[in-house]
Design a protein around this ligand. Structure first.
Ligand code: XIL
Length: 376
């Protein structure tokens, strides 16, 4: 068929077509990890649904956006060592295998903690409290077995989680009660003996707040003075739209770094739901009662709150980028909003929006505000 358009019209039509195609072809978003490759590692935690492939999208998405992985639950005592003498490494092994196949830095979470640790750990076979020596041997056996199993694959361990209370005093855990305060030193020494090449961390929530921080700093100083290996401090970063204040985070990173520690944000998210202040921490044993008023956005987050979240994330990353020499890793506690533990903690059954990706893996406004901070 004869082309009925003149060459000039054809020329303009093709320009129009080209412009339209370019505009409609959506630019691919960069991988989050690549945006921050000059600053710090970007991590996520992984759960069973993601690693066993029930959610087909999870693995490729994680590999594209993150270069560090922490098992959300699979390495905790109750999962990896559920009954005396029996270890279950299956889920943790799959996570580590996936992470290493994708050249990710694997974090071991966690060796010694008061939560998600079965009661039998502190009891003898008759249910009586263990003696100090027996609990030390049990802790040593656990650390040697778990750290030994992952030696050379897990590059950094949360050796001790949440050992200090809000007022800076030692948490009255069974570990402290039965062994005494040197359980802290022993945990780090055992971990170091089990894998001398692994980095060793102290991890906590609210440890950017002055009272808790001032309790933790002398413990770390004391370990260092005694020549006990400790490489870093994890600030969990279970944060909110309105707290903590940026200057508090800023000051705390400086203080920890001044002890020669690497600083990591290990479980970052920003809660957007109204939450009673008494459950502003992250003690997994706490719970609050469900009320409709505490779950205001079941059908979607209003733009005004999305904007607030984006601004909050930009501000937080502004502080982290300022300290990029000290901060070695920022790990998000969840791949996307649907996976966040904040949908069920501290109140079960809410709809929260605390991460950078929505329930369909789509980057949120907060994602774009965060990546902008890398360029400044
Ligand atoms: C949370 C997990 O995300 C939940 O799936 C689990 O039910 C409870 O623990 N501090 C920590 C993490 O160190 O291990 C916790 O993870 C959140 C608080």
């Amino acid at each position: 068929m004869k082309n009925s358009f003149s060459p000039v019209v054809r020329y303009f039509l093709s320009i129009l077509f080209l412009t339209f195609s370019l505009l409609s072809c959506k630019k691919k978003d960069p991988g989050l990890k690549d945006v921050f490759s000059d600053a710090f590692l970007i991590g996520t935690c992984m759960n069973v649904t993601q690693i066993n492939g029930t959610d087909l999208k999870a693995k490729p998405f994680i590999a594209a956006n993150f270069n560090s992985v922490t098992a959300e639950n699979a390495m905790k005592w109750e999962r990896i060592h559920p009954v005396p003498g029996k270890y279950d490494f299956a889920v943790a092994d799959s996570i580590v295998k996936f992470a290493l196949a994708n050249k990710m830095f694997v974090v071991g979470h966690v060796l010694v903690w008061h939560s998600q640790t079965p009661d039998w750990v502190f009891q003898d076979s008759l249910g009586n409290p263990l003696t100090r020596d027996a609990l030390i041997s049990r802790m040593k056996e656990h650390i040697f077995t778990v750290v030994g199993h992952f030696r050379g694959r897990v590059k950094g361990w949360d050796v001790l989680n949440e050992a200090v209370d809000e007022d800076g005093s030692l948490r009255k855990s069974k570990w402290l009660e039965i062994i005494g305060k040197d359980y802290i030193q022993l945990a780090f020494e055992f971990a170091n003996a089990a894998d001398p090449w692994a980095e060793l961390y102290y991890n906590d929530y609210n440890n950017e707040l002055p009272a808790k921080r001032e309790g933790i700093l002398p413990i770390i100083k004391d370990l260092k003075q005694k020549g006990v290996k400790i490489d870093g401090v994890g600030i969990q970063g279970h944060w909110h739209l309105d707290s903590p204040k940026l200057n508090v985070i800023d000051e705390s990173i400086s203080k920890y770094a001044s002890l020669g520690l690497k600083v990591m944000i290990t479980e970052m998210e920003v809660n957007v739901l109204p939450t009673p202040p008494e459950v502003y921490g992250a003690d997994v044993s706490q719970q609050a009662r469900y009320l409709e008023t505490l779950n205001p956005y079941p059908a979607g987050l209003p733009d005004s709150v999305s904007n607030q979240l984006a601004q909050r994330y930009a501000d937080l990353f502004g502080v982290l980028m300022k300290h990029k020499d000290a901060v070695t890793r920022v790990t998000f506690w969840g791949v996307h909003d649907g996976y966040s533990w904040k949908n069920d903690w501290p109140i079960k059954g809410r709809t929260n929006y605390p991460l950078l990706f929505d329930r369909n893996y789509k980057p949120k406004k907060a994602f774009y505000s965060v990546i902008k901070t890398a360029k400044n």
